[in-house]
Design a protein around this ligand. Structure first.
Ligand code: FNR
Length: 189
């Protein structure tokens, strides 16, 4: 089976982040399809167009990692009914130069976990709205709104609830099929 290089971007730096746990669980479930690149965003400076003339090495690395990937998985918390500023900052860095940036033509997926019932639905809606005009082809279905209960993902990054595990496996299977549709497609920048 073809292995795809998957850039994973998590919108939380927190050590005990439930979204990082979710991302790790998804990475495990997707081992048959994806080789992950865990893309750091915590070392990126605040976006400033002045820095485009002499890019900070962290930004160069970040763009290179996204650019080298076959697909991008965004795993986001919801902050105040939107995505965290740190994730928006990273996407702003990725999104330049206009129309010729590293996200153009990439297949992607968004998912997220929160403690509440809506499971980051509002944040994901915003994220889809941000990614569409950047020409990221975000998988429409399945949507993954994960309500995180204590112990849902264990220390070995395994999903302990069988119905959630099955859902996440289906999510990953469908994402791999989505990515396969775009494999080898020419990207016009
Ligand atoms: C939150 N949280 C939250 N949860 C939610 O479902 N909807 C929301 O709008 C918000 N807003 C929000 C704002 C801020 C500033 C914080 C710090 C938190 C709670 C959030 O889901 C919870 O803290 C998660 O654990 C954050 O994800 P990580 O860091 O664990 O991945």
């Amino acid at each position: 089976m073809t292995q795809y290089q998957l850039a994973i971007v998590v919108g939380s730096f927190r050590q005990e982040s439930i979204n990082l746990k979710l991302a790790r669980a998804l990475s495990n479930l997707g081992q048959a399809y994806f080789t992950p690149t865990w893309v750091r965003i915590d070392d990126l400076p605040f976006y400033n167009q002045d820095l485009e003339t002499a890019l900070p090495p962290e930004v160069v690395r970040f763009r290179r990692e996204i650019g080298a990937a076959d697909a991008v998985l965004f795993v986001t918390p919801e902050f105040n009914r939107s995505i965290p500023g740190v994730l928006k900052n990273a996407i702003d860095w990725a999104s330049r130069p206009y129309a010729r940036h590293v996200l153009v033509g990439k297949p992607g997926a968004v998912i997220g976990a929160s403690l509440g019932k809506i499971g980051t639905a509002a944040a994901q809606q915003h994220l889809r709205g941000i990614l569409a005009p950047l020409d990221v082809y975000v998988m429409g279905q399945p949507e993954g709104y994960i309500t995180f209960t204590p112990g849902l993902i264990d220390e070995a990054d395994a999903v302990t609830d069988e119905s959630v595990r099955q859902f996440l496996q289906m999510y990953v299977d469908r994402f791999a099929a989505w990515v396969a549709r775009f494999a080898g497609a020419p990207v016009e920048r």
